[in-house]
Design a protein around this ligand. Structure first.
Ligand SMILES: C[S@@+](CC[C@H](N)C(=O)[O-])C[C@H]1O[C@@H](n2cnc3c(N)ncnc32)[C@H](O)[C@@H]1O
Length: 413
């Protein structure tokens, strides 16, 4: 399929992972340059680099990861020519159709080849995928890609309208997958293409319920059984390491300790404020009796209010011409002290948190992503069971229990 070597070589298809939303496939060609807002990367510097490496841009400011393609990465990186299937649907379809190494599978239409790459990997060289696409340009592009990715030996691509002209094989396929606007028009053709010597399976992908109903009716009419419908949804998680953008989860004990400490700090602060309110800061007199630059605390005299009496008196004495704002009095100093306390408190909290984080074992946390790639889709599965000429018709018990015996299995609708 893609290169299996450890190192990147000229001609390799490489996935450039920039961010979760910017994943680009490039083909390495000597002399070529990959440019993006994440920097400039001459292909020659990538040749010989180990797959999976983090590579820095020419300027050293940006970086990308260079990855070996897989069908899953290809689905995220491929050039879109149509709507495509994503991993959740692909995995479910491959599982329910029972696609395995050596299987023969039919798909229509090829579209952007997202589903084709996964199936090609699963069936391998002993298997076969017949892919059909009626849009000529899309068919040609997909053919080029299959050749470049080395899966053209597994996939036979046909430019053909399967609803009108059917498939190119008969009694051959283990399973058929239809991703078409009107799959019900291809169900009789699919029946012809499926093998009849053992249970064969079909899946139709439809984005709306009206299409599902028409498909189910066509499957019933054509004699398919075990008709079942699913809607698949994914819930991807983002993973963060300790010390990255997410803060670590805290235990109940830790929260309790923090609250207790905060309570003690608040009480100490309150007591200091009470003491400060009772005390007055005044200039310390020099030896000659004049006011000095240093300040001192003076307790209010009995019966005197700190904020009015002594404080105001001392202030006027120190410089009667200065306004309250200009005075380097106790209120300004107190404000400075309170601010410093707040800073100290913040620092202490930070230090405590750092100590707690350090004491914890390395931890990885995950968060559910809010945006998910994919679209609503209904997957209708059914089986084609071999009918022996002597087999008795199967009786169907349903809402209409007086119905005639049927050979078509359990109807769904
Ligand atoms: C949604 S896309 C398939 C996407 C594909 N499953 C993937 O994962 O990339 C549907 C494709 O079916 C093709 N198509 C529609 N009607 C068709 C028909 N009657 N015969 C063959 N191809 C058809 C369209 O041209 C289109 O490319």
């Amino acid at each position: 399929m893609w290169s299996t070597a450890r190192e990147i070589a000229a001609g390799d298809v490489v996935i450039i992972w920039q961010t979760r939303d910017a994943i680009i496939p490039i083909t390495i060609s000597p002399g070529g340059v990959y440019n993006s807002k994440f920097g400039c990367y001459p292909h020659d510097t990538l040749i010989g680099t180990l797959y999976g490496s983090k590579v820095h841009s020419k300027s050293g400011r940006g970086f990308v990861h260079v990855l070996r393609p897989t069908p899953e990465l290809w689905t995220l990186a491929l050039p879109h020519r149509t709507q495509i299937l994503y991993a959740a649907d692909i995995a479910f379809i491959v599982g329910w159709l029972g696609v395995a190494v050596g299987s023969t599978v039919i798909e229509a239409g090829t579209g952007s080849g997202s589903f084709s790459h996964s199936v090609a990997r699963t069936v391998g060289k002993r298997g076969k995928l017949y892919s059909y696409e009626f849009h000529e340009v899309r068919a040609e592009k997909a053919r080029e890609e299959f050749t470049r990715h080395g899966i053209d030996g597994i996939i036979t691509l046909n430019h053909r309208n399967v609803c009108k002209d059917g498939f190119t094989v008969e009694d051959t396929a283990d399973s058929v997958f239809l991703d078409l606007p009107a799959p019900w028009l291809a169900i009789d053709h699919a029946k012809k293409a499926l093998r009849k010597d053992r249970v064969a399976r079909i899946c139709c992908f439809s984005p709306c319920m009206e299409q599902v109903l028409r498909t189910v009716t066509a499957l019933n009419t054509a004699g398919f059984t075990e008709i079942t419908m699913f809607e698949t949804l994914t819930r991807p998680h983002d993973i963060y390491q300790q010390g990255s953008c997410l803060s670590l989860p805290t235990t109940v004990g830790e929260v309790g300790d923090k609250l207790k400490k905060a309570e003690i700090r608040r009480e100490e602060k309150r007591l200091k404020q009470v003491a400060a309110a009772k005390a007055v800061w005044v200039p310390k007199p020099k030896e000659d009796g004049e006011d000095g630059d240093e300040m001192q605390v003076v307790k209010p005299e009995a019966g005197e209010d700190a904020s009015s009496g002594l404080h105001a008196k001392r202030k006027r004495e120190s410089d009667p011409n200065k306004s309250d704002d200009e005075q380097t009095g106790p209120s300004a100093l107190d404000a400075k002290r309170v601010k410093t306390e707040a800073e100290i408190e913040a620092e202490e909290t930070q230090q405590e948190q750092a100590a707690v984080d350090k004491a914890k074992p390395p931890m990885v946390v995950s968060r559910v992503l809010t945006e998910v790639r994919g679209h609503t889709s209904y997957l209708t599965f059914a089986c084609l069971v071999p009918t022996h000429p002597d087999a008795k018709p199967m009786v169907v018990f349903g809402a209409n229990s007086s119905a005639e015996p049927s050979t078509t299995g359990t109807p769904v609708g």
